[in-house]
Write a protein that binds this ligand. Structure first.
Ligand SMILES: Cc1cc2nc3c(=O)[nH]c(=O)nc-3n(C[C@H](O)[C@H](O)[C@H](O)COP(=O)(O)O)c2cc1C
Length: 318
């Protein structure tokens, strides 16, 4: 179980915010495979407060998606607070503040991970958001900006904890590392020891059930966020739930999920765009197929929806 403010998940893991991936289609599939909560991709606060964005149908979560988290990115406390109200009114159940993103364009604009250099600003944003909404507010942090000093991490997390943050989601890498090197889960043991009464959720290099369970057990964190592993492997949620009883999906079962995911993507973006949009998922799904390269080639060769679905049918024995 995992309790984040008023949200109670029956299992202590959920699907991460994955920009460019965690749209309605990916989230629906993750839920069907056992994710108790998912996140939309990060929203830029400045855009979210624009009626063109918040009135667009794809912005609102589906009725069957609760609980669902929204993550906000921005550097201005007042705009972040306004954006928080907008996403909360749109139906998102939890707001996560992104102080972790290492993308160069985000860092250049002094948002995301850059803000680990500015603890006062982080706390100003947190306080403004917390005051503006009733739903749980969490913070996603990396451990430092450049691996030279962790002082800002401890400063921010101590003040956020004192300010009753509903959870800290920690990806234990420095911002400058981006995704290189290993996530330092030992750091998470320290975080949990330091803040035993705060919900601490770990992220980073969670690519197998054993790693996820061992990392949680060894560090004492309360929960884990599944990120890259959930792309093309929604069964990770089922596997985490079922443990030793888990039976890996047959090729046919995989094919059915891939087709369903693809059809949802067609509905979201239209047939033409769906073919190219889905390629990044196809690459990931194919990793579980014994003839990975051949299947990927066949799926990439499809130029129409019918061709794509026929290729799935053929290679997944449906
Ligand atoms: C394609 C991609 C998109 C991501 N988008 C976000 C995002 O929008 N917000 C966020 O906080 N983290 C984002 N992340 C980071 C993940 O949530 C996670 O913290 C990171 O990938 C480490 O976990 P993993 O090693 O298990 O993948 C993204 C990662 C990837 C690979």
């Amino acid at each position: 179980m995992l309790k984040i403010g008023n949200i109670i998940l029956d299992v202590p893991f959920f699907q991460a915010s994955l920009s460019g991936y965690s749209d309605y289609a990916m989230r629906a599939i993750a839920r069907e495979c056992g994710a108790p909560m998912t996140f939309a991709g990060v929203f830029l606060a400045k855009s979210v407060i624009h009626p063109r964005v918040f009135n667009s149908p794809s912005f609102k979560p589906g009725d069957n998606e609760h609980p669902i988290g929204a993550q906000l990115l921005g550097e201005d406390a007042e705009i972040m607070a306004r954006a928080a109200r907008v996403v909360s009114q749109a139906g998102y159940d939890l707001i996560d503040l992104n102080f972790a993103c290492p993308a160069p364009k985000v860092i250049r604009r002094k948002r995301g991970g850059f803000l680990l250099n500015e603890p006062d600003k982080v706390i100003e944003i947190y306080n403004a958001v917390k005051e503006s909404v009733d739903c749980p507010v969490t913070m996603k942090l990396r451990t430092s900006f450049d691996n030279e000093s962790y002082d800002n991490f401890w400063d921010i997390s101590s003040r956020a904890t004192a300010g009753k943050v509903d959870a800290l989601i920690v990806h234990p890498r420095a911002v400058c590392q981006r995704f290189t090197g290993l996530a330092n889960w030992e750091f998470l043991s320290e975080v949990k020891k330091q803040f035993p009464r705060t919900i601490i959720i770990g992220s980073g290099d969670l690519f197998s059930v054993d790693t996820i369970k061992n990392n949680m057990k060894n560090t004492g964190v309360d929960g884990a966020v599944i990120a890259r592993d959930a792309i093309g492997n929604p069964w990770i949620f089922e596997q985490l739930r079922e443990g030793d009883d888990f039976v890996a999906p047959t090729l046919e079962q995989q094919g059915r999920v891939i087709s369903k995911h693809f059809n949802l993507v067609c509905k979201l973006y239209g047939d033409k765009k769906a073919i190219t949009h889905f390629r990044k998922f196809a690459i990931a799904y194919c990793k579980l197929h014994p003839l990975r390269r051949k299947v990927q080639k066949a799926l990439f060769a499809a130029e129409t929806v019918e061709e794509f679905l026929a290729a799935v049918k053929q290679w997944y024995c449906m």
